[in-house]
Design a protein. Structure first.
Length: 272
């Protein structure tokens, strides 16, 4: 079995279809791993969501911030942002089925010696702890009263981890790290405003994967979320958001041999 990890789609189905034409993907045994942000801002959010959902067990998609935004907008806990392309999903006849599927996507997925997460992991967390924390958020999202979590999910505080955190503060820190993190201090205090390139990082912060004493430094991690970072294929860090939405490319990496597959994408009219 081959596993192909694929960068942020954000509602860009046509490039995905072209990418899959390039990949020697075997429907019967191979798997596609999506780094999250399946939807939003691109022109085909509804079609993209249906496509990935219909892949069934051949697809693993971890949750990204835009996927969670979809759930919050659907429940009335967030407003549409300019540039959002979620209305078609919210008006679709299979809306409830699609939203149910999104809610049951994992926050983090580990298999074949790799771990897939949308944004990042805090330096204090080991892989085992990260897996356990991801399950806590998944349990809240999949619970009968999941709207209780969605109603308070948003917010930048607390901006660092403590093992003493409980309740919604605890879940919010986990969610923010796994779906929004780009930068943190060496101690793991998160910064959420910077979306740019490495050369413009604010003083005192560094990319989360460069934090000293990061407990997952020996683990092979795959993530997206940071289009300005671009493609990174380091020994233990694979960054796959290559800015498809912004006219970059859509990227897939075959994990067993690091073979790279890319297709160019059309630039969208607005940036965010």
């Amino acid at each position: 079995m081959s596993i192909y990890a694929i960068g942020d789609l954000q509602g860009c189905l046509t490039p995905l279809e072209r990418l899959l034409d390039k990949i020697p993907f075997n429907d019967n045994q191979d798997q596609l791993w999506f780094v999250g942000d399946l939807v939003n801002r691109g022109p085909q959010s509804l079609q993209t969501l249906r496509f990935v959902k219909n892949l069934g067990p051949r697809a693993i998609a971890v949750l990204g911030n835009h996927d969670l935004h979809l759930l919050c907008v659907a429940e009335g806990y967030a407003k549409h942002h300019s540039g959002d392309t979620l209305t078609e999903i919210l008006n679709a006849p299979d809306r409830d089925e699609l939203l149910h599927w999104v809610r049951h996507c994992p926050m983090l997925h580990s298999d074949a010696g790799y771990t897939l997460v949308h944004a990042g992991l805090l330096p204090q967390w080991s892989l085992t702890q990260s897996q356990s924390l991801a399950r806590e958020v998944e349990t809240a999202l999949q619970a009968e009263h999941y709207t209780e979590f969605l109603s308070v999910m948003y917010g930048n505080k607390p901006h660092s981890w403590s093992d003493d955190l409980t309740g919604m503060d605890r879940l919010r820190v986990i969610t923010n790290a796994m779906t929004r993190l780009r930068l943190c201090t060496p101690e793991g205090e998160m910064e959420f405003t910077h979306k740019g390139e490495l050369k413009d990082i604010p003083a005192g912060y560094l990319p989360w994967y460069e934090a000293p004493n990061r407990q997952t430094v020996q683990d092979r991690l795959i993530f997206g979320h940071w289009s300005a970072l671009g493609l990174r294929l380091d020994s233990n860090v694979l960054a796959l958001d290559t800015g498809c939405l912004w006219g970059g490319s859509l990227t897939a990496v075959r994990l067993e041999d690091r073979a790279l597959f890319q297709v160019p994408c059309e630039k969208r009219s607005h940036h965010s």
